[in-house]
Write a protein that binds this ligand. Structure first.
Ligand SMILES: [Zn+2]
Length: 733
């Protein structure tokens, strides 16, 4: 998953969880989307749900899931799959397993790094075994590696390229330093690692070493592992290098990678037509990178901002004496992965789907990333299962998805999204992603506009453990704290005064397919804290010692997620925050216009901006109409109204797709195509701005205008459907 993001939102009625006050038909409903009667039922259901959490049960799941390393495609990961399926079946959920055949690396293969001249020095690519961490000595732990690295054996002089961002390579060029034929050293951070490889290769590098710098993740931040939670000298960040201009299996863009031996034959791309890295690439811990960096003798010191945390001045070049060998031989093949989806069929609206998910494959043990999320979801499945056994059923269908091969490039969820695209467009209510959702004690969230109000409202109804605060108050309290793992360059969230910050969804996890390809409203939420991201130490020892020794955060997140799920599943009218579309669009479109004005100062996208006023008017009218409609308790039209509400987010789906990759069909959001992780709001405009071009702006303006008008029209349809004209009303029906 991505190093995560921060948060925020809108309208929210302070909700006191007292049952006595709930059935007052004259007061507006305290929970958005519920009629007074349904609200009383809902509060009872939620209170019942909140009786069931148990730290021991959360821990048991975590222990079962994280006792061995389980990379996608491995036998161990199939055992994890079976445990997940069995746990959901035992809780009375229907379980479906969807296989996909994906082009995947089979493991690290052979990796050699050494200083060749002036002195031969072998370079370590494995993590240390500490006696206090019983997991660290597991023979199945793999060395540090980068999935989809090219194969090769090169020996060359070295160049340091800071974070290996587009601008870093441009700056090197401007300083007269060529990376052609060299081994490039770049530090982790600033962008998705795959782009470091892409830019290094495009600039002619022979190979790339990506190292963790102590200034970004190590001793400069605090005590290091095993004494503290920060990266120590041997800790390695693993990770994929995949940067094809779509998400999912590299061989089947836009199509589900159905099994090769199944009845439906999917056309697969020829490998030679797929832009996978060609140069060898491997990650290093700082205890190894120092062996190269300290031997560099180039006469130029690094420019401002490029110095890291090792105890000497960083240099741009290694000089002619220093040569380094990098060999990578990594086997890749089509391998089977499995999406596991549990379903609880709704009692009233079975064809309306509320979907939550988290991947289950991990780089090693996966205690925080991802399986803290898996354990929380399994606990929730069990809690809902108990309620079902006691005779309860949610009104809409709930699906809990456990995705495979996320770590290799968000693959399983993207294939499933492609496989069920048309059905999801019709049936899906929302997608909620809980990758690594219980990784610390600080709440954070990112969401599409229409789910922001729900997040605010829900976190106000859950108690933060061992405190007199709600999760919402806790969230608000650390607003100014920032997030150390947040990736630079993501577009600024649309902040509303007095509320916590809700981030924009960018790249890096399983919401991409549902949100940016299918066009469902989406959110991501979880507890954050320091992690040894993608290292072998993301295990139960680390969790016990540094994440949450009390194991109470799991149950707390289960309550947040359970409440979000139940409200989406049971609301009379879907609890979408429609006014927020106008608020956020205004912020993001103005930001996009600013980006254009940096190179075309007189250009204005006024025709698009001008549509926001009527959108806002219609959204406010829809909001008011929903409130009075719910007070009137008229259930007969709910299916029709909710069908229209499910189509709101579809307004931003653009069949042409984005110019940087037409798999990305949302005009509203995409991951930043230059950095991978960061979020791009209004990506059509931002991409054109990145090219400093105005050529496509008229076409883009027309497409954005059309999307906003379509959204506005749907809202006005809703208003009309909820408020029949006075001449027709009059009580004679
Ligand atoms: Zn993850």
């Amino acid at each position: 998953m991505t190093p995560s993001l921060p948060k925020l939102s809108t309208l929210a009625f302070a909700l006191a969880l007292s049952f006595a006050a709930t059935a007052q038909p004259t007061t507006p409903p305290g929970i958005t989307g519920f009629s007074p009667n349904q609200q009383a039922v809902e509060l009872k259901t939620e209170a019942d749900f909140k009786q069931q959490q148990d730290p021991a049960r959360f821990r048991q799941h975590l222990e079962r899931l994280c006792s061995v390393p389980h990379v996608a495609g491995s036998r161990e990961n199939e055992q994890v799959r079976d445990y997940i399926a069995e746990t959901m079946r035992k809780a009375d959920w229907k379980v479906d397993i969807y296989p996909h055949d994906i082009y995947l690396p089979k493991g690290p293969g052979e990796i050699t790094v050494e200083v060749v001249t002036p002195t031969r020095v072998p370079i370590n690519t494995k993590e240390f075994v500490f006696k206090e961490d019983k997991y660290a000595s597991d023979p199945r732990v793999m060395s540090g590696w980068n999935a989809y690295a090219g194969n090769g054996d090169v020996t060359a002089t070295v160049v340091y390229a800071n974070y290996g961002r587009k601008e870093d390579f441009e700056q090197l060029k401007a300083m007269g330093i060529s990376v052609a034929g060299k081994v490039v050293l770049a530090r982790y951070g600033g962008n998705f690692r795959g782009y470091k490889a892409q830019f290094a290769e495009a600039n002619g590098a022979a190979g790339l070493l990506i190292f963790t710098d102590p200034a970004d993740s190590g001793y400069m931040l605090g005590l290091t592992f095993p004494e503290g939670p920060f990266y120590s000298e041997s800790v390695i960040q693993r990770g994929s290098l995949l940067t094809v201009p779509y998400t999912g299996d590299p061989l089947t863009p836009g199509e589900p990678a159905l099994p090769m031996d199944g009845p439906i034959k999917i056309k697969r791309l020829d490998l030679k037509d797929v832009a996978l890295p060609k140069i060898p690439v491997t990650p290093l811990p700082y205890g190894s990178a120092i062996e190269i960096l300290k031997r560099m003798t180039g006469i130029k010191a690094v420019p401002a901002g490029w110095q890291g945390g090792l105890p000497f001045t960083y240099r741009l070049e290694g000089g002619p004496e220093l040569t380094v060998r990098l060999k990578v031989q990594q086997e890749k093949a089509i391998q089977r992965v499995y999406q596991v989806v549990g379903t609880l069929v709704g009692s009233e609206f079975p064809d309306e789907w509320v979907i939550a998910g988290c991947h289950y494959d991990a780089w090693s043990f996966g205690a925080t990333d991802p399986n803290s999320g898996t354990s929380m979801l399994l606990s929730m499945v069990e809690t809902l299962g108990k309620q079902v056994k006691a005779g309860y059923r949610p009104r809409r269908t709930i699906k809990i998805a456990h995705w495979d091969a996320e770590e290799f490039g968000v693959i399983g969820s993207a294939e499933w999204s492609e496989q069920f695209r048309e059905e999801l467009v019709q049936k899906a209510v929302a997608y909620m992603n809980y990758d690594a959702a219980v990784s610390g004690r600080t709440f954070g969230a990112a969401a599409s506009p229409s789910l922001k109000g729900l997040l605010i409202e829900t976190t106000k109804s859950v108690q933060y453990p061992d405190s007199n605060k709600t999760v919402y108050e806790h969230w608000l309290g650390h607003k100014a704290g920032g997030n150390p793992t947040r990736v630079a360059g993501s577009s600024a969230p649309a902040v509303v005064a007095g509320e916590p910050t809700i981030g924009n969804l960018g790249g890096g996890s399983d919401h991409i397919g549902p949100y940016m390809h299918v066009g469902m409203p989406a959110l991501s939420a979880g507890m954050e804290g320091p992690t040894l991201y993608h290292s072998q130490y993301d295990d139960l020892y680390f969790y016990d010692k540094f994440v949450d020794p009390t194991y109470k955060m799991g149950p707390m997140m289960e309550q947040v997620v359970g409440t979000l799920t139940l409200r989406l599943a049971n609301a009379d009218l879907l609890p979408f925050d429609v006014v927020r579309y106008a608020t956020d669009l205004d912020v993001h479109l103005r930001a996009a216009e600013m980006a254009i004005k940096t190179y075309a100062p007189t250009y204005s996208i006024a025709p698009v901006l001008n549509e926001i006023a009527s959108l806002k008017k219609n959204a406010e009218a829809a909001e008011a109409a929903r409130r009075s409609y719910l007070l009137g308790n008229k259930p007969e039209k709910l299916a029709e109204l909710n069908r229209t509400m499910r189509q709101l987010e579809q307004s931003f789906v653009d069949q042409k797709g984005m110019a940087f990759g037409n798999w990305y069909r949302s005009l509203y959001a995409s991951s930043d195509p230059y950095s991978g992780y960061a979020s791009w709001m209004m990506p059509g405009f931002l991409y054109e701005a990145s090219l400093k071009s105005t050529k496509n702006l008229p076409d883009l303006e027309a497409r954005y205008r059309k999307a906003i008008v379509s959204l506005s029209d749907k809202l006005s349809t809703l208003v009309q459907a909820m408020n029949p004209p006075a001449s027709v009303g009059g009580g004679n029906k």
